[in-house]
Design a protein around this ligand. Sequence first.
Ligand code: NAD
Length: 314
Amino acid sequence: MKTAVIGAGAMGSLIGAHLADGGNEVTLVDVWKEHVDEINEKGLRIEKGSEEKTVCLKAVNDSSVLGPQDLVIIFVKSYHTENAVKSAANLFTEDTVVLTLQNGLGNAEMISRAAGNVEIVAGTTSHGATVLGPGFIRHAGAGETIIGKFDGENTPRVEEVSSEFNRCGLETKISDNIAGLVWGKLLVNVGINPLTAICGVYNGELNEFESTQKLMEMAVGEAEKVAAAKGIELPYTDALEKVKGVARATGPNRSSMLQDVERGRRTEIDYINGAIAAEGNKLGVDTPANQVITLLIKALEEKKEKEKNVKSSS
Ligand code: NAD
């Protein structure tokens, strides 16, 4: 399958490398020049536990050098989705499948607006990865990937993508309730990511403190009401128990939002708790906790930005 991955950071590199290892013609597309150069010169290094391997694959900074693709996987952060897809217009024909496994709400909709007449497949993945440096990532955890058509019934092309992923060692299933799955993961992110980032704690610690448990209950409770008002069928019955269970199972992890805040990088808060507040507003569901949590993360982002500016001007 001729495949381009737009946004070849932690997850894009990981999934792209699996598909390339399985014999697909894969090109990673990323605006990060040092990363692209390193991959082209030395291959992509992947650390997993105490093991390390190198996968050879092609990478480019600008997708305009590529032709139409069978599969385009979008793995930029949600705030880059629209621009990244617009700048990759030459990769799409009406036979192209565009896949998003990004976190947050609205990615498939943004892709649909920006890419035009393509088949959009969305989903969730339980794989976890981190960038360690240019051309070097850590595969932090493996898990199931679930995909399905974003709008409408699943087609043979969804089957093709799923079977190619499975053949390449990425355990993948098909669902006919993709909106439910995306919202299901969204609620987990709503309850874990910003609270770990604001409080500076590991995922598992959220279940230890009375205050963080209360905050989680408020944020997830509101998100559950918004999902119900939107007619979303969540893939579990007790949202709070689900989120607590994920926090327990990933106890020693430092969430990506905590890492982003600490490193002074923009977070995906607008597409997680911010999206719950925005949807709640449209549907007449009150979301005070999600509004406050969103503002607190933005305050942390602004503080880091100010610190960076002070440092660079001194
Ligand atoms: P990342 O920051 O490691 O990678 C994003 C990459 O996109 C960066 O390398 C950046 O240079 C690149 N980029 C930005 N704008 C671009 C553009 N216009 N064209 C091409 N490349 C561009 O992010 P990540 O951790 O891989 O996460 C990507 C998405 O996957 C997010 O939505 C995240 O929430 C989700 N996700 C992450 C994980 C994880 O474990 N890291 C797991 C599941 C889902």
